[in-house]
Write a protein that binds this ligand. Structure first.
Ligand code: NG1
Ligand code: MG
Length: 541
């Protein structure tokens, strides 16, 4: 079980990347970071934490319906070099740098300015103390603005409250840290999860919470911590991003399931498959578009699940926000806390596709498949008050019509494509003919179908993403689709290994927004990546 494996702490770069992969480029970047740390803070770092970004190969907008997803770690990553700061004896605690657990955080990229902060001790209330739920430490995190240090603080927050909240009131050490990141921010490659994972890991180890065999942290533990920690920045993420950053393996994707609990399994990818990531350069403003985008989709899919359950005679408690995955399980007799497994699930999805018709409105007006708020409430069988409490009270959305049928059609077909993609990869791994193009072509087709469904049914694409995926297919990709939430950000294309450079050049010449980029910006906008290693740390002696 991957989730139960310990987080690897290495003592050499060869172990971090594997002997074959440790390139001059990697070694140079790690050494430069250590040297720059020494130049800025006057001593060597004791530890470097690494966490990669991720690309979702298939399975978009299905994690919050609790269906499985298939991401892979990418090579771009976040490195955090750190060391405890010595506290001089007799020093008066005037400057913030001398308070317990204070942090001086710097970033190699000078657009992210130096930050100094310290956690404050919170006196727990008696009720909290008794229930054991007390949070002893508080860190101010600005959730209204996007700030780089918020992700560093988010990781630290969880470490403070999990490891320094006991009765003996141990104090966290003051820390200096230096960040180097190559995951482009805001492009759907989850630089946020990489930062939170690396930060969580760095603060654990610099505080001696991971320094012996008695202090082993499992990959699953780190995922759960990072998921909770990232919520501190104000994002209710599904868990895919942190799991991928922590648990991925080279040459494989990760099949992550969330029902009945978090579980991950590696899925080998065909050796000749290269994934090229291309940024549409449209920046998806998640906060602004949430009302009509992400959050609206969450509501549409949750309400759709309740109506479907009702029509199938699946029992749902009055205050339960049942998901499509749970409805599918109950439909074929899955018990609580059971997982019927990929094959049974695939059969259930096929069988259920026809049942989704109940989500269509009685009257289709102007070809529109949407229902109004009143119609939707009526279909749910709930009173207006109960409906609003359950589905609208915790989220801000803006819509006159709700596309329950189209969204469900995407979720069910996408969940099935994930299972087909997984099965195709497993079959390819045991195939006797490694040169057979059948498997890689099948994977490409599934990716194209996913894009079509994201664009037409889930409506989370945009003209630039549609254009870029079309150009990718014309340039020789087996398949191409948006990755991440959509409405902007990156695409991922499956490209034959021997044609990667030609492919990239073609896109550079045909996707208009790339014409205005200089060489460095282009390198960040479009690049090939093979699945990489998940998070780890290196101790420097
Ligand atoms: P991105 O846009 O890559 O952050 C978001 C969600 C995922 C998932 C995808 C859509 C967050 C932090 N992540 O990913 O959980 O729902 O959209 O598949 O919100
Ligand atoms: Mg993110």
């Amino acid at each position: 079980m991957i989730a139960e494996q310990p987080i690897p702490i290495y003592t050499s770069l060869v172990d971090v990347f594997g002997a074959v992969e440790v390139s001059f480029r990697h070694a140079t970047r790690w050494n430069n970071l250590a040297e720059e740390f020494e130049r800025r803070f006057g001593r060597r770092p004791t530890y470097i934490a690494r966490a990669p970004g991720r690309v979702n190969l298939i399975g978009e907008h299905v994690d919050y319906a609790l269906f499985g997803v298939l991401p892979a770690a990418v090579e771009p990553d976040i490195l955090i070099a750190c060391a405890p700061r010595p506290v001089l004896r007799g020093q008066r605690k005037q400057a913030i740098e001398h308070t317990p657990g204070s942090v001086v955080a710097e970033n190699l990229d000078d657009k992210y300015t130096r930050q100094v902060f310290a956690p404050a001790v919170k006196e727990p209330t008696e009720a909290n103390r008794q229930s054991g739920a007390a949070e002893f430490w508080h860190l101010d995190i600005n959730t209204r603005e996007l700030r780089w240090e918020s992700y560093v603080k988010a990781g630290y927050y969880g470490v403070l409250n999990q490891h320094f909240a006991g009765e003996k009131r141990e104090e966290p050490v003051p820390v200096d840290l230096l960040v180097s990141g190559t995951v482009p921010a805001g492009s759907g490659l989850s630089s946020s999860a990489a930062m939170v994972v690396a930060s969580t890991l760095a603060f654990l180890v610099v505080n001696g919470k991971l320094d012996s065999s008695a202090n082993i942290l499992s990959k699953g533990d780190l995922v759960r911590m990072a998921m909770e920690n990232e919520k501190r920045v104000g994002v209710n993420s599904g868990g895919m991003d942190q799991a991928a950053s922590v648990m991925c393996d080279p040459s494989s994707a990760l099949y992550i399931t969330f029902h009945p609990s978090l579980h991950a399994e590696t899925v080998p990818l065909p050796g000749r498959a290269v994934f090229v990531i291309a940024n549409s350069l449209v920046v998806a403003d998640k906060a602004l578009s949430a009302k009509r985008g992400y959050n609206l989709r969450v509501v549409e899919t949750l309400v759709g699940a309740r109506i479907l359950a009702k029509s199938l005679g699946v029992k749902v408690d009055a205050n339960e926000r049942i998901t499509f995955r749970e409805v599918a399980g109950k439909f074929i007799g899955e018990r609580d806390n059971e997982d019927i497994g990929p094959d049974n699930l695939e059969n259930a999805l096929v069988e259920m596709e026809y049942k989704l018709e109940v989500l269509k409105p009685n009257k289709i007006v102007n070809g529109q498949l949407g229902v109004t708020m009143d119609e939707m409430i009526k279909m749910s069988g709930l009173s207006k008050g109960a409906f609003e409490e359950l589905y609208l009270s915790w989220v801000d959305i803006e819509a006159t019509h709700f596309q329950l049928y189209k969204r469900a059609k995407h979720v069910f077909s996408e969940a099935r494509r994930v299972l087909q993609f997984r099965r195709t990869c497993l079959e390819s791994a045991v195939s006797s003919d490694p040169d057979d193009n059948f498997y890689i072509e099948s994977l490409g087709r599934l990716m194209n179908d996913s894009q079509e469904s994201c664009s037409k049914s889930f409506e989370c694409s945009c003209p630039e993403l549609d254009e870029l995926t079309r150009l990718a297919r014309e340039a020789g990709a087996y398949g191409s689709r948006l990755t991440g939430a959509g409405w902007g950000g990156c695409t991922v294309s499956l490209v034959p290994e021997f044609g990667v450079n030609r492919f990239i050049n073609k896109i550079k010449n045909t996707y208009r927004p790339y014409r205005y980029l200089d060489i460095d910006a282009l390198k960040e906008a479009i690049f090939a990546t093979k699945p990489g290693n998940g998070a780890c740390g290196e101790s420097i002696f």
